[in-house]
Design a protein around this ligand. Sequence first.
Ligand code: 3PG
Length: 204
Amino acid sequence: MTLQEILKLAPVVPVLIIEEEAQAVPLARALVAGGLYALEVTLRTSSALDCIRRIAGEVEGAVVGAGTILTPSARQAAAEAGAKFGVSPGLIEGEGLDGPIPMLPGVATATELMSGLKRGHTLFKLFPANIVGGVGALKAFASPFPQANFCPTGGVSLENAPDYLAQPNCVCVGGSWVAPVDAVRAGDWGKITELARGAAGLRR
Ligand code: 3PG
């Protein structure tokens, strides 16, 4: 699948911080049951790569990606674990479209966007979306950069997601609200499926 196809699977890409490998499969199943298929497992915990491996191997319907990719070697490691896409908070020095997995790089400014476009990217994570202008930033980038589309992430919620998704240059949004850490710790998969269902029902 192309990155565009992956990002279009659902209106929301859950941003996941998974503390225990044992949580990965039930969490991913709960999200898929609610209608969210592209899942970003952030490389912020020691078990993240194992979580990606487990989800890739065991969860039907999930398209697992790796988030918080900061280096080329992390991109490679994520690919080897079975990630189908990568997300970064910024542009990785020397990295572009070519590589082991397609990347969604983060941008916050016009200069970063120009740098990403020069490397062949057309899909970007607007990050941190609510800090760098929110919906206003998407509108402002639309005219000078018609070739760029975005997945705003950072401060996105069920309440403000519709405003982002209504913008023509918004492919989807990312957010952690569908998998609250306390619900994951408690193994409250029913609650997570319910949150996912709400997110999956958002209109684009
Ligand atoms: C992140 O990378 O942590 C994402 O931006 C998630 O942000 P959120 O917790 O505000 O949804």
